[in-house]
Design a protein around this ligand. Structure first.
Ligand code: DER
Length: 236
């Protein structure tokens, strides 16, 4: 499909243009686009010269299934370069992440990385504000015991519209449980102006019971966006 092809082109270009022989620790994100990052890494002749750090269970599977060396963020808290997907990217490269409920370890790896390259298809690019393209709300990872308290606290924040715990639906009765045994709350704040992303993140993060938010402000080195026409846009 056009979307899959654009994901692959963006992922391959991001790896080809940025992974250097000097890089020895590589962060691998989560989701369907980073599948192509792991595939490209697995094609490298010198793939045994670097260790890959996962951002969750699926990421670990990607690393192993592509014959890449698996490390952990406990052993390698200084990461040379990381590749990850996103649910939405604004004009300042702020991100909404967490569509795959892996945001905690994704942000941990991103925060340990000297460089973070985001790879995505054209649906994720929002020339407008965050919340324009991704309408499912800001993912928030919360301690299960605190979910009701956090749902109530969120109501007091500027721009709040609604919030709900993410349920597994057909595939799991009850709430989605993350790799960290936490719940996810998806909170709708409508469209979030670029200059408000960092503030909103901090307000949510300060609520007792919140582990992490899916708002990634000022963390992205560059984004590779696969376009419908087969071209790849590099945003910095
Ligand atoms: O959960 C995340 O942040 C993932 O990176 C994910 O949402 C990106 O998803 P995709 O690459 O499958 O579109």
């Amino acid at each position: 499909s056009l979307v899959e092809q654009s994901k692959k082109l963006a992922a391959y270009q991001a790896v080809d243009e940025n992974l250097k022989d000097s890089h020895s620790v590589v962060g691998v994100g989560s989701g369907s686009t980073v599948v192509y990052v792991a595939e490209r890494l697995g094609q490298l002749k010198n793939k045994s010269s670097f260790v890959c750090i996962p951002t969750g269970f699926q990421s670990k599977e990607l690393i192993l299934s592509n014959g890449l060396r698996l490390g952990s963020v406990e052993e390698y808290s200084s990461i040379d370069i990381a590749f990850d997907g996103a649910d939405e990217i604004d004009s300042q490269l702020n991100l909404i992440k967490g569509g795959g409920a892996c945001l905690m370890q994704e942000k941990l790896v991103a925060s340990c990385s000297k460089q973070l390259f985001i790879v995505a298809d054209y649906r994720k690019r929002s020339p407008e504000k965050l919340g324009h393209a991704w309408r499912q709300g800001v993912p928030i990872e919360v301690v299960p015991a605190a979910y009701n308290k956090v749902l109530n606290d969120l109501k007091n924040l500027e721009g709040y519209k609604s919030a709900k715990v993410r349920y597994g639906g057909t595939f799991k009765a009850g709430p989605v449980v993350t790799d960290n045994s936490m719940f996810i709350i998806d909170a709708d704040f409508g469209e979030i102006p670029v200059e408000k992303v960092s503030t909103l993140h901090s307000q949510i993060k300060s609520l007792v019971g919140v582990l992490e938010t899916g708002l990634f402000a000022n963390m992205t080195t560059a984004a590779y966006i696969g376009n419908e026409d087969g071209s790849v846009a590099t945003l910095t």
